[in-house]
Design a protein around this ligand. Structure first.
Ligand code: PGA
Length: 259
């Protein structure tokens, strides 16, 4: 069974709710009825509801970029998984390298968030990736293994079925430097073998592993053609409708070729 391709837009800290609604409208108008692949928009918290209103009658899904690991209570500034579910969020990006590097998120925190998301039926898009220094010191695989094992600690096979992985080499995020398709494929295959060691072959073969890091309309086809690359998590190029729609179209072509 070929894996269903996912194209997800990570808007990061961009777009007011009005701007987000405009962008979502332009996207939904063109690809809102396609069902060959899964398209997810991940606006900032403040735009979730407006974007949710636009995508609700389309095939486009709504994702958040972060959430609290706690269910409720005195946690100033935090947003819970139940609050996200309440406004029809279905996916949540967890462990993005910017959260790890700038906000001190450790594998243990990412693990707690993953468990909290799964308990509330949110599908985690779990990000892993090495820095340039780690790649240059030949520790890419060790870093990825530690991140994967840490984030998935105590996640049952049944829960793992809902998890999406995103490989985002830190040196390729927002830098214009994309991993070559061969470099990305090598790490994706490694991630799949790690998942197989943890959850067995059947589940690991079903798991979608997305690539993220300067994915653009002109490099997407070659990346998506790789056997273990099942989609993209897109930052910069997700902020304008033309590029994002082109990326969705690349995902649809790749899905036809892989069928
Ligand atoms: P980029 O970001 O496409 O701008 O490199 C990807 C991401 O950080 O998710």
């Amino acid at each position: 069974m070929p894996r269903n391709i996912i194209i997800a837009g990570n808007w990061k800290m961009n777009k007011t709710s009005a701007e987000g609604a405009d962008l979502a409208r332009s996207i939904v108008q063109v690809i809102g009825n396609q069902t060959e692949i899964t398209v997810i928009l991940c606006p900032p918290f403040t735009a979730l509801q407006a974007v949710g209103g636009i995508v609700s009658n389309s095939s486009v899904r709504l994702g958040a970029q972060n959430m609290s690991d706690k269910p409720a209570g005195a946690y100033t500034g935090e947003v819970s998984s139940a609050m996200l579910r309440d406004i029809h969020v279905t996916h949540v990006i967890l462990g993005h390298s910017e959260r790890r590097a700038l906000y001190g998120e450790t594998d243990a925190i990412v693990n707690k968030k993953t468990l909290a998301a799964l308990e509330n039926n949110l599908k985690p898009i779990l990000c892993v990736g090495e820095t340039l220094a780690e790649r240059e010191s030949n520790s890419t695989f060790d870093v990825i293994r530690t991140q994967i094992r840490g984030a998935l600690d105590s996640v049952s096979p049944l829960q793992f079925d809902e998890v999406i992985i995103a490989y985002e080499p830190v040196w390729a995020i927002g830098t214009g430097k994309t991993a070559t398709p061969a470099i990305a494929q090598e790490v994706h295959a490694f991630i799949r073998s790690e998942l197989s060691a943890l959850y067995g072959d059947t589940l690991s073969q079903k798991t979608r592993i997305l690539y993220g890091g300067s994915m653009k309309p002109d490099n997407a086809a070659a990346l998506l053609a790789q056997p273990d690359i099942d989609g993209g998590l897109i930052g910069g190029a997700a902020l304008n409708a033309k590029d994002f729609i082109a990326l969705v179209e690349s995902g649809r072509s790749a899905s036809v070729k892989k069928a």
